[in-house]
Ligand binder design. Structure first.
Ligand code: PEP
Ligand code: MN
Length: 255
């Protein structure tokens, strides 16, 4: 299938040979945290990530800063001249995403069909994460909800699925990368942070994803992982992240 290239900003593209590195915290927690991480990693990334609306399993967990979090991300976009990605959980919030470059649909919302239909009405790139209990065919049918509404700018994301194995948070299905390339034209990003849930495993799986032909990787980074308000066990420090990206770049060169 002919691979699609998606334009994210005037100088960032993904797909068909254009590889994107997405990094940043799980959640935007404060101005100091979000700008501090950006300052430490901006040279190594193509897109800065950070959750403003967090779909948490427990209602008592940190839910994100909401619109204030998006405003902080827009500040980072301007200061570091980097495109930004953040998750949407409610179609009624769409207006808040005007300056967001890529809108993320999280695993828990992969089959939120009303949300997907709404995202079909705009033209911004959408990063659609695979639901942790969904097949590749179901992922592509969800993508089809957006495409059939008129928005062709889809990026797929493999972020691990639930299996019987409890040693890792999820089982990162890397065979999804070559399989999705056969099944669909969309670029594919791999998220080894949620895919493993364990900072010690992120580097190995990021390298493996790059070697498997992914069009990008998305990695969670925190300046103080122990104190992170969300997903602390899988966060890399900026130093670990920058070192990992050096290795990923070597793998890309070999390929
Ligand atoms: C995220 O990337 O912030 C996230 C919540 O991931 P997932 O939807 O894959 O759990
Ligand atoms: Mn997370």
């Amino acid at each position: 299938m002919e691979a699609k290239t998606i334009e994210i900003s005037p100088n960032v593209k993904i797909g068909d040979g254009n590889f994107c590195i997405i990094g940043g915290p799980c959640a935007i927690e404060s101005q100091k945290q979000a700008f501090g991480i950006a300052k430490d990693i901006y040279k190594k990334i193509d897109i800065y990530r950070g959750g403003a609306y967090k779909p948490r399993t427990s209602p008592y967990s940190f839910q994100g800063l909401g619109k204030d979090g998006i405003d902080l991300l827009v500040g980072i976009k301007k200061k570091f001249n980097l495109p930004i990605i953040t998750e949407i959980i409610n179609p009624a919030h769409l207006d808040y995403y005007e300056h967001v470059d890529v809108i993320q649909v999280g695993s828990r919302n992969m089959q939120n069909f009303e949300l997907l239909k709404e995202l079909g009405t705009i033209r911004k790139p959408i990063l659609l994460k695979r639901g942790f209990s969904n097949t590749l065919e179901e992922l592509l049918l969800s993508a089809e909800y957006i495409v059939s509404g008129g928005n062709q700018n889809i990026i797929l994301c493999e972020r691990g699925i639930r299996t019987f194995e409890p040693a890792t948070r999820n089982t990162l299905d890397l065979s999804a990368v070559p399989m999705l390339k056969i099944m669909a034209p969309f670029p594919i990003v791999v998220d080894p942070s949620h895919g493993t849930g364990d900072a010690r495993l992120v580097e190995a799986m990021a390298k493996a994803a790059t070697a498997a032909g992914a069009d990008g990787i998305m990695i969670e980074v925190h300046n103080n992982p122990e104190k992170a308000l969300c997903d602390k066990n899988q966060a890399l420090t900026p130093v670990e992240f920058n070192d990992l990206i050096e290795k990923v770049n070597i793998i890309k060169k070999i390929l």
